[in-house]
Design a protein around this ligand. Structure first.
Ligand code: URP
Ligand code: ZN
Ligand code: ZN
Ligand code: ZN
Length: 467
């Protein structure tokens, strides 16, 4: 089997540099880089040479927020680890961090074992796990320490979804205190779910049952309030905090204020909040259900604050929160009652392209693209520099990206196991051409050449992004 590969002539882009360089890959890792055309580069010999002239050569994307096969809203997210990681590869993402779930009344261990069983042997690219903590008690708190030692170093808690994943402030504070001790990072779904449930009940009583009311009851102010409360609880606990799927201007302001105070508070947003809006939720004939996720899509005016936050580093990461449900048979569960529409959008295949489009549109620079999509998620969740960069010693997770190819996003052509695209008909410039995962070709000139079981569980160290 070939174990030496050279990628020649591309523009290598990392979070910190852009250089025309040749890359030598040996036994699944980057062995060396040298400026193209120099004598050092000419010494690189290999069994396989990939010509990347005119292309970008970038680190494989790190999507730190996916939900393959998530049981939710009486059904399951429609991508399995097999279909979802294959679609990730098609989209230039070579690492996902998915969420294992603790069910109430069960241990973290049971949840983590169940998610290992779903993923093992099925993934096309590497994966890690965060742990959703739904039931904080003495046993759970002890288990958090063990999980950190095993490379599951981050824990999601929910201020929303009472009766499902919800934790109250006391449970949140306890978990944060524990993470302050064991080095874990608390990830927060910051929406005031108790207040939202009241507004849901009142809306339904008024006969407001269409998908667009999902966006109306899940108010930006209730995202901001929960974000503020989570920040204060983390401050009391002396713990860092990572707020997931930030969508509201007011929530970005809370994060910015906390960061100005010097706190280790971080924010993630997702492509759907940058490119979609309540206009989509209001699409007629129940089509708006395709866009139901939480936090919800916001009026377009919020997008400017998210882009600004990404430029000023008040937001550090763009992940997908990939949680697909088919329109037929799944989103349809909520016809006549928006609160029964399973929450979540597909996107694992689209993220790198949409963020490249943001480069084309002038929202962010090329290096910032790589920073928010590859390098920072890797550092935030303890995978750097194994993942997220192109440097000697790093895993050879590399994408050859054609910055000039045009494409039209569509359910007809995507590889995610879902019957619609949230970006149907969207024209973008730039396209993944070839993808290597640990030196192995997973996508070869737009053909899938990978296999289920290539991707392995990747234990993580604690957060590498603290002040
Ligand atoms: O709507 C969403 N975001 N679904 C996935 C679960 C979550 O809250 O991240
Ligand atoms: Zn969430
Ligand atoms: Zn999520
Ligand atoms: Zn393989």
């Amino acid at each position: 089997m070939s174990s030496r590969t050279v990628i020649r002539g591309g523009l290598v882009i990392t979070a910190s540099d852009e250089i025309h360089a040749d890359i030598l890959i040996e036994d699944g890792r980057i062995a060396a880089l040298a400026a193209t055309g120099t004598s050092a580069a000419d010494t690189f010999t290999a069994d396989r040479v990939i010509d990347a002239t005119g292309k970008y050569v970038i680190p494989g994307g790190v999507d730190a927020h996916t939900h393959m096969e998530l049981p939710f809203g009486g059904t399951f997210a429609s991508d399995t680890f097999e279909t979802g990681t294959r679609a990730a590869a098609w989209g230039g993402t070579t690492t996902i961090i998915d969420f294992a779930v603790q069910s109430v009344g069960h241990s973290l261990r049971e949840g983590l074992d169940a998610w290992h069983a779903k993923a093992e042997g099925n993934c096309a690219v590497d994966y890690g796990f965060h742990m959703i903590v739904s039931d904080v008690n003495e046993h759970t708190l002890k288990e958090m320490d063990h999980l950190v030692e095993e490379g599951v170093t981050s824990f999601k808690q929910f201020m929303a979804y009472p009766g499902v994943f919800y934790s109250d402030d006391g449970q949140i504070l306890r978990a944060m205190q524990r993470s302050a001790d064991n080095g874990g990072l608390i990830m927060m779904h910051a929406e005031n779910g108790i207040a939202i449930d009241v507004l849901v009940e009142q809306a339904l009583a008024r006969g407001e049952s269409d998908p667009r009311y999902h966006g109306e009851v899940r108010k930006a102010l209730l995202e901001a309030e929960a974000t503020h409360r989570a920040i204060k609880l983390a401050q009391v606990a002396g713990a860092p905090l990572y707020v997931v799927h930030v969508s509201a201007t007011e929530a970005v302001a809370e994060l910015a204020r906390a960061r100005d105070e010097g706190l280790n508070v971080f924010g993630e947003t997702c492509p759907q909040y940058l490119f979609l809006s309540t206009d989509n939720l209001a699409e007629p004939d129940f089509e708006g259900a395709k866009y139901v996720c939480s936090t919800p899509l916001r009026p377009k005016e919020h997008q400017a604050a998210l882009w600004r936050g990404l430029r000023t580093n008040d937001l550090q990461v763009v992940s997908t929160d990939h949680c697909p449900f088919c329109f037929t048979g799944q989103k349809e569960l909520g016809r006549g009652d928006f609160s029964k529409i399973p929450n979540g959008l597909p996107g694992v295949e689209n993220r790198m392209d949409l963020l490249h489009q943001a480069v084309v549109d002038g929202h962010i620079s090329r290096r910032r693209w790589i920073e928010i999509a590859c390098a920072t998620p890797a550092r935030m969740f303890g995978l750097y520099p194994k993942k997220g960069t192109i440097a000697p010693g790093a895993d050879a997770d590399v994408v050859i990206y054609d910055p000039r190819a045009e494409q039209v996003m569509s359910a007809e052509t995507h590889h995610m196991n879902v019957d619609y695209s949230a970006y149907e008909g969207k024209r973008t410039t730039g396209r993944v051409e070839t993808v290597l995962s640990r030196g192995e070709l997973v996508i070869t000139e737009r053909e899938y050449t990978g296999h289920a079981g290539h991707g392995v569980f990747t234990p993580r160290s604690t957060c590498q992004y603290l002040n």
